[in-house]
Design a protein around this ligand. Structure first.
Ligand code: PLP
Length: 284
């Protein structure tokens, strides 16, 4: 559930008092970008990486705004809401103007942040498991931009939910790209595969942490796309994301993956991920 206070354009407000203009370009055109950042023990995890990606996304849509300011706002929002373990949503939209496709030069961006309580990693948190469906990836070709234009993702995730699954895995030209709100990894013969960070996926911050951990654990890793036809035969599949953290995919399109539980490499990476969070954020 969302925490009571949000940040909007310079003010910390009660959620019910926060309002946007009807002419907001974020509403008309999904003209904006966003980030979701995890806090553990009151500290933002991988803050520099999120800031960096926000800047790349802003550049990607030609929105000039000094993104560095957002870190202090985010910390203050977490504190004002009395949270320690939280998920914080950052959104930068182009601002408000009468509806016109052409972007005017004099727009003032709209900055909105909200926070919600999230799971701690201070105890003995088990690795999550999830089932997934595959679905056609019909998104645009700039998935590296963390754009607000998430209609294909919401439709795909709704399709998954209606099928009783937790995630939709996108397939473009026969290859697995990523999940509706996650990146996707598979293990074949003891080696880890994930789609390369190009324009067809969002380069997940969690993905990159997991890649680093896999390298440090000497798990052979290929940033190479794999065929969706091979997915049911994978030994292990898992997804990563700031919200999900890491979850073992136990079933795809109704077919079990491996033994139908979390595999050895997935568990190894989860343990390493928890250690990394704890040491970075001073948990425990
Ligand atoms: N891919 C998509 C499409 C996403 O929406 C997300 C997160 O929202 C991810 C991947 C995972 O990225 P991150 O680990 O930075 O949260």
């Amino acid at each position: 559930m969302s925490a009571p206070l949000v940040y909007l354009n310079g003010q910390y407000l009660d959620r019910s008092d926060a309002a946007l203009s009807i002419d907001e370009r974020g509403v008309y055109f999904a003209d904006g970008v966003y980030e979701v950042v995890r806090y553990f023990n009151g500290k933002a995890f991988t803050l520099a990486e999120h800031l960096d990606r926000l800047k790349r996304s802003l550049d990607g849509i030609d929105l000039a705004w000094d993104a560095d300011a957002i870190a202090a706002i985010s910390d203050e929002l977490v504190q004002r809401n009395g949270l320690t373990d939280a998920r914080v949503y950052w959104q930068v939209t182009r601002g408000s103007a009468p509806r016109n496709h052409v972007i005017a030069d004099d727009l003032v961006p709209t900055i909105y942040l909200s926070a919600e309580e999230a799971q701690t990693l201070a105890g003995d948190e088990p690795l999550a498991t999830i089932s997934a469906i595959t679905t056609i990836d019909d998104r645009w070709h700039n998935c590296w931009i963390k754009s607000l234009m998430l209609l294909p993702n919401t439709l795909a995730k709704t399709k998954a939910a209606k099928a009783g699954a937790g995630e939709a895995i996108f397939v473009r030209d026969g290859r697995v790209t990523e999940g509706g709100a996650t990146n996707c990894f598979a293990v074949f013969d003891g080696e880890l595969y994930t789609h390369p960070a190009n324009r067809y996926i969002l380069e997940g911050i969690t993905r990159n942490v997991v890649i680093e951990l896999a390298k440090s654990l000497d798990i052979p890793l290929h940033e190479q796309a794999f065929s969706s036809a091979d997915l049911p035969g994978a030994d292990e599949v898992f997804i990563t994301g700031t919200g999900t953290l890491l979850a073992a995919v136990t079933e795809v399109d109704g077919k079990p993956i491996g033994e139908g539980g979390a595999g050895t490499i997935t568990r190894q990476l989860w343990d390493a991920f928890v250690d990394r969070v704890r040491s970075d954020c001073g948990v425990g």
